[in-house]
Write a protein that binds this ligand. Sequence first.
Ligand SMILES: Cc1cc2nc3c(=O)[nH]c(=O)nc-3n(C[C@H](O)[C@H](O)[C@H](O)COP(=O)(O)O)c2cc1C
Length: 200
Amino acid sequence: MKILQINSSARSDVSHSTRLATRIVERLRDTDPQATLTVRDLNHAPHPVLDEAALDALFTPAAQRTPEQAARVAVDDALIDQIKAADVVVLGVPMYNFGVPASLKNWIDAISRAGVTFRYTEEGPEGLLKDKKAYVVLTRGGKYRDTTADTQVPYLKTVFAFLGLTDVSFVYAEGLALGAAMEQAAIAQAHEQIEQAVPA
Ligand SMILES: Cc1cc2nc3c(=O)[nH]c(=O)nc-3n(C[C@H](O)[C@H](O)[C@H](O)COP(=O)(O)O)c2cc1C
């Protein structure tokens, strides 16, 4: 099994989403000690934003790219190669201002490439990242599960399904800013969800 862990918290050691994502990875490795792990921390190693120069580079035929354009496309290619190679993707995703962190949006913009990770057919779009399992840990200061204020889950479900990632399990740790007792309970509940979602 090849595991890809994507951390998107702007925090390092104290990040709940990273810690819980790491817990999922530990359980996966317990079930398969041969499993390999690639970690991309989007805080320590941010991916560049999809700006005009990046778009120009992507839409210029490979043979005609300048060295700078080739280098810009190559950093996206590296992320695409990582997710294509993975059997399981584990993402740590804090809620920032009701959405996903900008760093994660940059990662999604990088891996979403027509003809490579999805394509358009006469029957409609087809995701090309097939036969992968995804786990998404959602951490929030408040509680927004199953409310219209939660833009994260509908967005992630939509974009992942578009790319072919249809088997996605979500783990919620909510109410983390609502006092120490609530925080502790939320983390304990998240661990229970992980135990159910990732069989030992
Ligand atoms: C810039 C910023 C924006 C945030 N926006 C929200 C929000 O819109 N809703 C919410 O419930 N919590 C919000 N929070 C709280 C975080 O989701 C919460 O602290 C979470 O634990 C962060 O994940 P981490 O522990 O992995 O860093 C925000 C925190 C930060 C730093």
